[in-house]
Design a protein around this ligand. Structure first.
Ligand SMILES: Nc1ncnc2c1ncn2[C@@H]1O[C@H](COP(=O)(O)OP(=O)(O)O)[C@@H](O)[C@H]1O
Ligand SMILES: [Mg+2]
Length: 263
């Protein structure tokens, strides 16, 4: 296995990401009050919480899509960014090299084929040889059962297939950390399973992942750590069985109950 084999995660262990005291406001709305996250290589963190609690904003801050007002984001081997100090755009953007996002609505370019969608980042941003990027993309597509969709356009694919392409596009960037933002929320119920299966396989291969999800049964199965957020703070975190089955905090208990018994 080469160190850049896109089919396998980087072979490392120990702390990968440390985020401390992340703060973010939009105007008067303080969305993140103070968020800490610690993720080891090979770990899966499920980030759960009510709508509007700041989950997407956390992922975007980790990925450099959003600039926090304060706090730090540090990856082993760099970059390490202190947002309490003056941060250049370049420093904030440097975070983007370490992680890759999978979006709720897939975010594929509609006017580009599946293959073109996947190689865009590797070729245009990472400046990797096109031939190599195409070969990696083909292997990754085969692996999620979509080899024959290579030259199709996104609108010809089901939602489940589009999201599997979204996952391949993230893997093709050879990130250290995969960030999933409600990857199955936009899918028809019968298509959820095929996407969760792919994510579960990635977890078994020890990809490091943060997954924002409302699929609590799935979170219990794949996550090493569940982080429950509400109102811009981490209310509770721990082993999935503890947080989801035997929450310490009343707010966590209410949230879990609501998801399990919506009526
Ligand atoms: N770009 C933005 N501009 C203004 N407000 C935003 C922006 N992004 C998120 N928000 C607000 O931040 C809060 C948290 O949003 P978000 O992180 O998307 O929560 P979640 O993903 O948990 O539903 C919401 O009140 C939302 O309206
Ligand atoms: Mg969200």
């Amino acid at each position: 296995m080469s160190p850049t084999d896109p089919l396998h995660p980087p072979a490392t262990s120990g702390p990968l990401l440390t985020a401390t005291a992340l703060q973010k406001s939009f105007g008067d709305n303080q969305v993140l009050k103070s968020i800490d996250l610690h993720i080891d290589s090979g770990q899966v963190v499920a980030l759960v919480g009510p709508s509007g609690s700041g989950k997407t904003t956390v992922l975007r801050c980790l990925n450099g899509l959003e600039t926090p007002d304060g706090g730090t984001v540090a990856f082993r081997g760099g970059p390490s960014v202190d947002f309490g100090a003056k941060v250049t755009k370049k420093e904030a953007l440097s975070l983007r090299d370490r992680s890759a996002m999978v979006f709720q609505n897939y975010n594929l370019f509609p006017h580009r084929t599946v293959l073109e969608n996947i190689i865009e980042g590797p070729v245009q941003v990472q400046k990797r040889p096109r031939k190599e990027a195409v070969a990696d993309a083909e292997r990754l597509l085969a692996r999620v059962g979509l080899a024959e969709k290579r030259d199709d356009y996104p609108f010809n694919l089901s939602g489940g297939q589009q999201q599997r392409v979204g996952i391949v596009r993230a893997l093709a960037l050879q990130p250290d950390l995969l960030l999933f933002d409600e990857p199955t929320s936009a899918l028809d119920p019968e298509l959820v399973g095929e996407v969760l299966t792919v994510i579960k396989e990635l977890a078994e291969e020890k990809w490091t992942m943060v997954i924002v999800t409302h699929e609590l049964a799935f979170a219990r199965e794949v996550a090493d750590q569940v982080v429950f957020m509400d109102g811009g703070v981490v209310v509770e975190r721990g082993h999935p069985d503890q947080v989801l089955r035997n929450p310490r905090e009343e707010r966590t208990r209410r949230f879990v109950q609501r998801l399990l018994n919506p009526f």
